[in-house]
Design a protein. Structure first.
Length: 175
C-alpha cells in the first residue's frame, strides 16, 4: 500500500495523495451517521440548513460525524446517531437500528455513512443543533413527502440523497 502524503490539513479537513490519487478526509473521523426518524404518526423528521459548499439550503435527515470532538471519542455509531438526533431535532429515540453502511463518495473520501432508523420518539428539547448551527426542524407526513420535496425545490432548496437511501433501506415507500 502506498504511503499517504498530506497536501493540506486544517482542523476539520485535509487533502491527501496516495500514488496518483488525490482525495479528502476529515482528520478526526472517517465515519458519519444519518438518522431516519419516524414518529408514531408516520411523520419523518427532516432538518433544513444552509450548506456553504453548495451555497444553498439543504433538506436532510439529521446527521453528524462520529468522534469528531474530543468529548465524543469512543462513541459507538448508534450513540452518535442518538446524540445527533437529540441535538438537531430535540427528539430521543427508544429504538435505533442500523439500516446500511456505505461509502459517502468512494472516489473522493474514505468516509463511510451509516444510516439508522429511529423509532419510538419522544420530544425532550427544542433541538436546532449546537452552537454555530442554524437548523430548522420539519415533521412531514410520509404520505406528503414527494409534494414537500417539490415545494422545497421550487423554493431553491436542495434535497439530500440520504433521505431516499434511508427510506429505501427501511423499505418505507412515500408518495
Amino acid at each position: 500500500m502506498e504511503e499517504e502524503i498530506v497536501l493540506y490539513q486544517s482542523k476539520w479537513l485535509g487533502l491527501y495523495r496516495k500514488g496518483s490519487w488525490d482525495y479528502t478526509r476529515r482528520p478526526h473521523s472517517d465515519h458519519c451517521v444519518g438518522i431516519l426518524a419516524i414518529t408514531e404518526a408516520e411523520e419523518i423528521l427532516l432538518v433544513e440548513q444552509f450548506r456553504i459548499p453548495v451555497g444553498k439550503t439543504v433538506v436532510e435527515i439529521p446527521a453528524g460525524l462520529v468522534g469528531d470532538e474530543p468529548e465524543f471519542t469512543g462513541e459507538t455509531l448508534a450513540q452518535t446517531a442518538a446524540r445527533e438526533l437529540l441535538e438537531e431535532t430535540g427528539y430521543r429515540a427508544e429504538k435505533i437500528e442500523l439500516l446500511i453502511s456505505s461509502p459517502t463518495s468512494a472516489g473522493m473520501t474514505p468516509e463511510t455513512t451509516h444510516l439508522f432508523l429511529a423509532k419510538e420518539l419522544s420530544k425532550e428539547t427544542e433541538g436546532g443543533g449546537t452552537e454555530g448551527e442554524n437548523i430548522t426542524l420539519h415533521k412531514i407526513p410520509l404520505a406528503r413527502l414527494r409534494s414537500y420535496f417539490q415545494e422545497k425545490q421550487a423554493e431553491g432548496c436542495m434535497i439530500d440523497f440520504k433521505i431516499h437511501a434511508a427510506l429505501a433501506a427501511a423499505n418505507l415507500p412515500f408518495s
